[in-house]
Design a protein around this ligand. Structure first.
Ligand code: C5P
Length: 398
């Protein structure tokens, strides 16, 4: 499987760099061609001579050779590779990767690489558990980087915990899996996603709506499609472009969205209900513009159908996820909705968290299922979408 594959092995400045020698040897024995890129700090941990001898290629550290000015092209290196494996990946390097910093050859090569990228983090347990590191890993995962989880055990610092670089054999197996992955993880699966605000018409000019931008639902639809799913996005009012590979159906009112969702439910494997659906709609829509009079006026509102609860009643073996946007009693309200709508999990956002909810590009969520609650830090909506789709995948694979 790995025979003839071109692997760039990136090594950063961690004590686990000593394992890169074994890793390189295993890749060579499996028939790979290996080019090694090291950060300047990595050279303090393992010698270029060791890595050059094992890879049978000169190692690369600098943008150019100071002796003769020969250029080490990160672009052609990125084009040459079938896989870019960074092992060990320090907290510093993965933070730079997550933010696009390109101050060494290993990082410029990462930005130029068109091939699958895998990283094997290695660091002290507290650095690994730190919210910033976890945030950076989530950001990298959301862009498709495969993160080879570190193991637990004794660390070079003398402490014990999670942070040891995965063993070379395990890393090679992961590279093999990555290169052999013909099918995307959700190919063959069909999903419905509802997103955006509904518009409930009062007359031909006025309507009732809410502040939802649709960004969270659109990000989830895009992430499902990137992982190979067939996605139908039932969209309320938004100004967003349709994500690549997604079929969008405009469903402006709660009633339209209800009809479209229930019609497609039987042929779906799952649904993510992100739309901010109006709970009430005018009992009657005036055919012509309502003229103002001198006094007050009132509009009779009728309850709309709860789309999520309707799908939940007819769930069978399908997956159903919903959202709860709360201003108070967040957890209790979310748990009640999880049960009432028969959801597999519910994503809670609180209006009390700054940077979460409407319009913005970030969100801070807790994911709640029948086994408990996981709180996540503030992330971009794209990162939150990746987390939610990870959760969907683990529910489907249960
Ligand atoms: O009960 P509440 O409106 O807070 O529940 C929110 C969840 O239910 C969201 O997932 C939302 O998309 C969904 N919902 C729905 N149809 C409605 C109301 C809410 O699908 N009419």
């Amino acid at each position: 499987m790995l025979k003839g594959k071109h692997i760039i092995l990136g090594i950063t400045g961690s004590i686990a760099a000593y394992k890169a020698a074994m890793l390189c040897r295993l890749l060579k024995c499996a028939g790979c061609e290996v080019r090694v890129v090291m950060t300047p700090m990595a050279k303090q941990f393992i010698t270029p001579l060791t890595m050059a001898t094992l890879s049978r290629n000169p190692i690369l550290v600098d943008f150019f050779d100071p002796e003769n000015g020969a250029w080490n092209s990160h672009v052609s290196l990125g084009e040459w590779a079938d896989c870019y494996l960074i092992a060990p990946a320090t907290a510093n390097t993965l933070a730079k990767m997550a933010t696009g910093v390109a101050d060494n050859l290993l990082l410029t090569t990462y930005l130029s690489a068109r091939c699958p990228v895998a990283i094997a983090p290695a660091m002290d347990l507290d650095m690994y558990a730190h919210t910033t590191t976890q945030h950076n890993l989530a950001a990298l995962r959301s862009t498709g980087v495969a993160v080879i989880e570190p193991g637990e055990g004794e660390l070079a610092s003398g402490l014990t915990g999670k942070g040891r670089m995965a063993e070379p054999e395990q890393i090679v197996a992961e590279v093999e899996r990555l290169l052999g992955e013909k099918k995307k993880s959700l190919s063959g699966r069909r999903f419905l996603v509802t997103a955006g605000a509904t518009m409930e018409p009062i007359d031909p000019v006025r309507y009732i709506t809410n502040h939802s931008s649709g960004k969270m639902g659109y990000a989830i639809a895009g992430e499902l499609a990137r992982r190979g799913a067939e996605v139908t996005l039932l969209s309320g009012r938004t100004a967003l472009p349709t994500p690549d590979g997604v079929e969008k159906v405009e469903t402006l009112s709660a009633a339209d969205m209800y009809t479209a969702a229930t019609k497609r439910w039987s042929e779906s494997d799952g649904a993510v209900m992100c739309a901010a659906v109006a709970d009430y709609t005018p009992a009657r829509t005036a055919a012509t513009k309502i003229k103002k009079g001198d006094g007050d006026m009132s509009i009779l509102l009728r309850r709309t159908e709860d789309i999520a609860a309707t799908l939940g009643r007819d769930k069978g073996g399908r997956l159903l996820a919903g959202f709860a946007l709360e201003t108070d009693n967040e957890l209790a309200n979310a748990e009640a909705k999880l049960a009432k709508k028969n959801l597999d999990f519910i994503v809670l956002n609180s209006m009390r968290d700054s940077g979460a909810c409407f319009r913005g590009d970030t969100n801070k969520v807790s994911i709640i299922d029948r086994d408990g609650r996981t709180d996540h830090p503030l992330m971009t909506k794209r990162e939150v979408a990746a987390l939610i789709v990870d959760r969907i995948e683990s529910c489907l694979n249960r």
